[in-house]
Design a binder for this molecule. Structure first.
Ligand code: IPM
Ligand code: MG
Length: 373
């Protein structure tokens, strides 16, 4: 039986359009092999939307996202805004509003390491090898969405961090359920020695823990967690944390595997879901064809999981692994013989369609390259 999915595609800024193009290429291959169709509709967001409409999240984009089965998001951000603290409208506002309006309260960032990339990690082999962490970051509250204020003279400002039990409980449940499927260990990262909001997170998490007796819940202060992540990342299984701590530690965690260009994410709500690479817009690389498309492609795998296309998701992941193991990757992971963004996407799409046969194509490409050199 063929299934048809409506996908909102929001390329955004910088390298966003390039990497999302590769996700769509891969989805075309998936639709051929797994007999489903993806209907893509584009929406404007971020700096791109500001330049074209003055609004970082036009209403049409929000509507499109709401009526789609899932949203694929590229990246957001532009140096012309980053370097201007006085800018009234900022690209990031588009992303934050989208998360809020779509109710995407749980941001899931899986960190997996690949043995073939051990040399790329800033950590020693024995420390990074085998690291496998799922980060659950709360995404629609906390200091990101509390009241903000700057006085007229620009001499005084504040951002309020607020949480309610209703905002904490759903993501904590989600994280416990995930831990049950894995190594049964959940770590709440907080700053409960200083912050009231953190103390509330601890209280709510402890209560919820009673419903998951098979999972061991522990607590870690965020400053210690930042250190533990690089000293001994294997101690972590599932992490749950508030919005800003999650933003920071997930960037830290992302380099353990060797490149931030590998890390996907899913933002899940009760009615909507959005999938985006965790890297930013990387404006220096825009249009050069050097951006790593794997984070975006693996975000697409998370989308396939969400849509219930399990077999397609696992095929996609094994094709990505095949590309990584054979060093068919971009310059961040293979400086000696780098492939372009488009070549990596095509290689993965090809492997989805032809599996072993693609291996021979790969051999040919390798030979072709070496004869040119
Ligand atoms: C992320 C990004 C965003 C965030 C920015 C672009 C607003 O860093 O998704 O991690 O801080 O949430
Ligand atoms: Mg971030």
């Amino acid at each position: 039986m063929s299934k048809n999915f409506k996908i909102a595609v929001l390329p955004g800024d910088g390298i966003g359009p390039e990497v999302i193009g590769e996700s769509m290429k891969v989805l075309d291959a998936i639709s051929e092999v797994f007999h489903c169709t993806f209907e893509f509709k584009y929406g404007l967001v971020g700096a791109d939307a500001i330049f074209k409409t003055g609004n970082p999240l036009p209403d049409e984009t929000l509507e499109l996202c709401k009526e789609s089965d899932a949203v694929l998001f590229g990246a957001i951000g532009d140096p012309s805004f980053d370097n201007n603290p006085d800018a009234k409208v900022r690209p990031e506002q588009g992303l934050l509003k989208l998360r809020k309006e779509l109710g995407l309260f749980a941001n899931i960032r899986p960190l997996k390491t690949y043995a073939s990339l051990m040399d790329k990690s800033p950590l020693k082999h024995e420390i990074m090898n085998g690291t496998d962490i799922q980060i659950f970051r709360e995404l629609v509250s906390g200091i990101y969405f509390g009241e903000k204020y700057t006085d007229e003279e620009g001499q005084y400002a504040y951002d309020v961090c607020k949480y309610s039990r209703e905002e904490i409980a759903p993501i904590v449940h989600m994280a416990f359920k995930e831990a049950q499927k894995r190594r049964k260990r959940l770590t709440l990262i907080d700053k409960a020695n200083v912050l009231d909001t953190s103390r509330l997170w601890r209280k709510v998490s402890k209560e919820i823990a009673a419903e998951y007796p098979d999972v061991e819940l522990d607590f870690m202060f965020v400053d210690n967690a930042a250190m533990q992540l690089i000293l001994n990342p294997k101690q972590f299984d599932v992490i749950v944390t508030e919005n800003m701590f999650g933003d920071i530690i997930s960037d830290e965690a992302s380099v353990i595997g060797g490149s931030i260009g590998l890390l996907p994410s899913a933002s899940i709500g009760n009615e909507n879901a959005m999938f985006e690479p965790i890297h930013g817009s990387y404006p220096q690389a825009k249009g050069k064809g050097i951006a790593n498309p794997i984070a975006s492609i693996l975000s697409t795998a998370m989308m396939l999981d969400y849509l219930g296309l399990d077999e397609a998701a696992s095929k996609l992941r094994s094709s990505v692994e095949f590309a990584i193991d054979n060093k068919y990757v971009t310059i961040d992971l293979n400086a000696q013989q780098p492939y372009s963004t488009g070549e990596v996407g095509s290689f993965i799409a090809d492997h989805i369609k032809f599996s072993e046969k693609s291996y021979y194509n790969f051999e040919n490409v390798k030979i072709g390259k070496s004869t040119i050199v």
